[in-house]
Design a protein around this ligand. Structure first.
Ligand SMILES: [Zn+2]
Ligand SMILES: [Zn+2]
Length: 212
């Protein structure tokens, strides 16, 4: 699996380029302010991007959607329960004192688990509300292989959990999403959060102070 992570200020939110090394097809996950770096990684790996997939619609995860869609010309997917946040991206920006350009309309809402395929890989979508109503985990892996890599947005971080005090957030729902969805993956499953360093399911089960 080809995987590139980029993050820039002010939010230092991770954007991802994920690709199939055999077919050079790929996806872009959560393009934000680092979108030009993500597009450079797409070009560097000579990837044909199939989809732009969003883990949720908070401002830091969507400010690069217009530029990514403009450059790549591919559909953008989001969970329908976060559409209200996506449509309010300009107001989200005002809360931070940031002017945000309008973003293009979402092309499709996730229906069921998918997968959304790129080459011999797929991104299976698992609804993980709590940080926001439409938060999802993208479980990426090869067809016929049970191993998955998780892109969890702001649900779970290395040693921490996502905020539950933003509009539509709920702490008990967040903890349930982590325990009943993310922690059902094997302990050696690698987890890429929306901010900060990667971790694994097993490490967070054993050491995350919010979950032990
Ligand atoms: Zn968020
Ligand atoms: Zn975030």
């Amino acid at each position: 699996m080809i995987l590139e992570t980029r993050a820039v200020g002010p939010f230092f939110k991770n954007g991802f380029v994920i690709g199939c090394e055999d077919t050079r097809e790929g996806i872009v996950v959560d393009p934000g302010d680092e979108v030009e770096e993500l597009l450079a990684a797409v070009a560097e790996h000579r990837l044909a991007i199939r989809y732009i997939l969003l883990t949720h619609a908070h401002i830091d995860h969507v400010t690069g959607v217009a530029a990514a869609k403009g450059a790549l010309g591919v559909p953008v997917g989001l969970h329908e329960a976060d559409h209200f946040l996506y449509k309010a991206v300009a107001q989200q920006g005002q809360m931070f004192g940031i002017r945000v350009d309008p973003q293009p309309e979402i092309d499709f809402f996730y229906e069921g688990a998918g997968p959304w395929r790129f080459g011999s890989y797929g991104a299976w979508v698992h609804h993980t509300p709590g940080h926001c109503p439409g938060g999802v985990c993208l479980a990426v892996g090869r067809d016929g292989d049970t191993k998955r890599t998780l892109f969890v947005g702001d649900t779970l971080f290395a040693g921490s959990i996502g905020r539950a005090d933003l509009p539509g957030g709920d702490l008990q729902t967040l903890l349930r999403s982590i325990r009943d969805v993310l922690f059902t993956f094997p302990d050696d499953t690698v987890v890429y959060p929306g901010h900060g360093a990667p971790t694994t399911v097993g490490v967070e089960k054993r050491t995350n102070p919010f979950l032990i």
